[in-house]
Design a protein around this ligand. Structure first.
Ligand SMILES: [Zn+2]
Length: 314
């Protein structure tokens, strides 16, 4: 089995991943703003917050964190390496592009395969000149659906996947059913859907929609726990319990999409809007609540350990 690259340059096998959070961010920033107005950013505070979030997740039983921060979210492999070193966490970095609509003009006159080459570079050579290689591929579809820019990224992600066998983890918009559109495009490009996570599907508890996505053989991300502004925790839990009853435990991945810092908001605003949003909310609060709903220890192990391992196994 091929090795999974960790932030910092080490590798592990899929068995060594253990309890894995499939979608969390050490730091999320708007690309370009830091470069122009660096005085806006407090690096020390960002570092401390990331170390604190990751450390609390580790002490709650988490072993591996997958961080799908890419172009569009201010990916910084140097920052990730500092956090990995300070915490000892197994962190897996990503390649890809995060946009809901347009691409940087750089890509206007460059092909899908050129973009795929960049993703493959991050996977095979490394990210930003560091020892860190990307272990998975990320793209996004939100309210505007599949725009021409987004379609280009999806096709490039698919082609990089075919060349490297790295899994794909997406951001989708549950309310417009764009997870199914993502699947259709990936399928057209020949992607093995069992190596794909359609992310943020858990922002809805519309069981018929969730079932339609699951029937395609993908994993789904119930991966925004704590973001009650999209769907409260109780309803997320009920949806998980229902899907397990229907026999889908083997395709569910739990995470929080927690950002230790995100420059879209002031930290105080976030604390007020979504007080439960953190990388340790699932192990400390969600898993005990799921048990109360009748979810077994074995099913929890399937979702937190077994499914991430199968996603990354080649
Ligand atoms: Zn995210």
């Amino acid at each position: 089995m091929a090795a999974i690259p960790l932030v910092g340059g080490n590798t592990i096998s899929a068995e060594q991943m253990g309890f894995t959070l499939i979608h969390e961010h050490l730091r999320t920033e708007s690309d370009g703003v830091r470069f122009q107005w660096p005085f806006l950013y407090d690096d020390t505070r960002q570092f401390e917050r990331a170390v604190d979030e990751v450390s609390r997740a580790l002490s709650s039983g988490v072993q591996t964190i997958c961080d799908p921060t890419v172009l569009g979210l201010g990916r910084d492999a140097h920052f990730m390496e500092r956090v990995a070193e300070a915490t000892g966490a197994q962190i897996v970095a990503a390649t890809g592009i995060y946009t809901y609509r347009d691409l940087p003009h750089f890509f206007d006159n460059r092909s899908i395969d050129f973009m795929a080459d960049l993703f493959v570079h991050d996977i095979t050579v490394g990210i930003q000149g560091t020892a860190t290689k990307a272990g998975f591929i990320k793209f996004a579809t939100d309210e505007p659906g599949i725009t021409p820019g987004v379609e280009k990224v999806i096709r490039a992600a698919a082609r990089a996947h075919l060349r490297t066998e790295c899994p794909i983890v997406t951001h989708s918009h549950a309310q417009n059913g764009s997870g199914l559109e993502q699947i259709a495009l990936l399928e057209e490009e020949g992607v093995d859907l069992s190596r794909v996570v359609i992310g943020h599907v858990g922002d809805t508890d519309d069981i018929p929609y969730l079932t339609r996505v699951l029937e395609r053989g993908v994993f789904i991300g119930l991966d925004r726990y704590g973001l009650d502004i999209y769907l409260p925790t109780g309803r997320r839990n009920q949806a998980v319990a229902t899907l397990i009853e229907k026999g889908y435990a083997g395709q569910l991945l739990l995470s929080q999409d927690a950002c230790a810092t995100i420059d879209w908001f002031e930290p105080e605003q976030i604390k007020e809007m979504v007080p439960d949003w953190s990388m340790s909310f699932i192990p400390t609060t969600v898993l005990p609540a799921l048990k109360q709903l009748g979810v077994s220890d074995e099913e929890i192990r399937t979702m937190t350990v077994g499914n991430p391992r199968r996603l990354f196994e080649r």
